[in-house]
Design a binder for this molecule. Structure first.
Ligand code: DQA
Length: 135
């Protein structure tokens, strides 16, 4: 499962100098072609509680979750708790290298609850996260 948080519905249009011009649809298309035997579902919400609901919904049955929580990465204890509450491994994902950006992006409140973190590789970060989950 790939889960995207706030403002990531605008990928391709949003700050292309930072996030690129590729869309999530293209990324998912590429992943599904590359891994035809792997079911890759996708969910996006701008609402923190809906992201938590989705983690609860899939977190007891899916094999793994790649989560780009967007700005909630830096603020949400509730997402941290939701990740800890489910057995599915979660990989934290970011397109940009958050450590090379503003100081407020250097802190992740969810990283300690995740299996690992992939950041800085643009849309390829999602592929790397999926590959990490496939082991
Ligand atoms: C982001 C990085 C976050 O700091 C930011 O708030 C986002 C996108 C990334 O993918 O690089 O919305 O998660």
């Amino acid at each position: 499962m790939i889960i995207n948080g706030p403002n990531l519905n605008l990928l391709g249009q949003r700050e292309p100098g930072i996030y690129g011009t590729g869309t999530m649809a293209e990324c998912l298309d590429g992943l599904r072609r590359r891994y035809p035997d792997v079911a890759i579902d996708y969910y996006q919400s701008n609402v923190e509680g809906f992201l938590i609901d989705k983690l609860h919904e899939v977190g007891f049955s899916y094999d793994g979750i790649a989560l780009n929580a967007g700005a909630y990465t830096h603020t949400s204890v509730a997402l941290h708790d939701a990740i800890r509450a489910i057995p599915a491994p979660v990989v934290e994902v970011h397109l940009s290298n958050v450590h090379a950006r503003e100081a407020f992006r250097h802190t992740s409140l969810i990283a300690a609850a995740c299996r690992g973190v992939v950041c800085g590789f643009g849309l390829d970060s999602y592929r790397l996260a999926v590959e990490a989950l496939l082991g």
